[in-house]
Design a protein around this ligand. Structure first.
Ligand code: CU
Length: 117
């Protein structure tokens, strides 16, 4: 019985000793497990709509073309090139950094998306 109690005390003190580390680990895991958000960029009347804010790396960017003309979202740095037929939507995973993109078919259409780490 005494042996059993001693064992219990050891287990409890171990659990107590590791609690702060476990708590910190749990918080870190919760942050990592945060679901990635979907941000919309709507193309309408020959222009990209307002750029979403608060975009983080790993989030999804969804472009939707509301025009009756084909458009694209083509990164100047070559990191993506999305063709959008009229009415089409396309999704991409955001990577950290600031990227300027334009429409291959109407090069005056341009915008800059900022993605945090
Ligand atoms: Cu266009």
């Amino acid at each position: 019985m005494l042996r059993m109690m001693t064992l219990l005390v050891i287990v409890l003190s171990l659990a107590g000793g590791f609690a702060p580390a476990n708590a910190a680990h749990a918080v870190k895991q919760a942050a990592a497990a945060q679901p990635h958000r979907v941000h919309m960029i709507v193309i309408d009347k020959m222009q990209y709509g307002p750029m979403p804010t608060g975009v983080r790396a790993g989030d999804i960017i969804e472009w939707t073309n509301h025009d009756i003309l084909e458009h694209s979202a083509t990164a100047r740095d070559g990191s993506f090139d999305v063709d959008l037929k009229p009415g089409a939507s396309m999704r991409l995973k955001a990577t950290a950094g600031s990227v300027t993109f334009f429409c291959k078919f109407h090069p005056t259409m341009t915008a800059t998306l900022v993605v945090a780490r």
